[in-house]
Design a protein around this ligand. Structure first.
Ligand code: FES
Length: 190
């Protein structure tokens, strides 16, 4: 009896130990499979995130300013976004400079939004900072809003001749992208 009981205890103990071991192994093996599976699933995604050569080429663009008359503006596409390039009149520059910056929703000096020696050129990303509409005011004949810059009709945001928000729900000024003057008539955006 005693030995049978001992054997039963011993068998039970051994069985319990094996069971745990198997379960551990199964758990580890499943975990490893899951990790490999996840890695395999992530790889194509990460691989897709490597910029292709043509995407890299569009990371920066060169734009000729030749032919954009004073008072005119054009729209170009950069990294899938519109960029407005405006050749400002002396009056538009003066209007941008005459503003009491401390009263603006997003206070910013005009001088900080243009490049020294090229303050007749204003370059901004053409995406309204409210909900992302493309404001009007670049093409000839489009309304430029109450501050003669751009007007976003989606919810009524008015931007001035420096691309700063002056009235309406947009919280920020139109973004100035990174750009450099390659020469007097060419800029590189990006
Ligand atoms: S998206 Fe421009 S005002 Fe709402």
């Amino acid at each position: 009896m005693a030995s049978s009981s001992k054997a039963a205890t011993s068998e039970g103990g051994a069985g319990h130990g094996d069971g745990v071991g198997r379960r551990d192994f199964l758990f580890i093996a499943t975990g490893a499979t899951a990790a490999v599976g996840t890695a395999a699933a992530i790889w194509p995604f990460l691989n897709n995130m490597n910029p292709a050569a043509d995407t890299l080429a569009l990371a920066s663009i060169e734009v000729s300013l030749n032919g954009i008359e004073v008072g005119q503006a054009i729209k170009v596409s950069w990294r899938g976004k519109p960029v407005f390039i405006r050749h400002r009149t002396p009056e538009e520059i003066q209007a941008a400079r005459d503003v009491d910056v401390s009263r603006l929703p997003d206070p910013e000096d005009d001088a900080k939004r243009v490049q020294k020696g090229h303050d007749d050129w204003l370059i901004v990303v053409g995406v309204c900072t409210h909900l992302g509409c493309i404001p009007l005011g670049t093409a000839q004949g489009e309304t430029r809003g109450d501050y003669k810059g751009w007007f976003c009709p989606c919810h009524g945001s008015h931007y001035d001749t420096s691309g700063r928000i002056r009235r309406g729900p947009a919280p920020k000024n139109l973004e100035v992208p990174t750009y450099t003057f390659v020469n007097d008539t060419t800029i590189r955006i990006g």
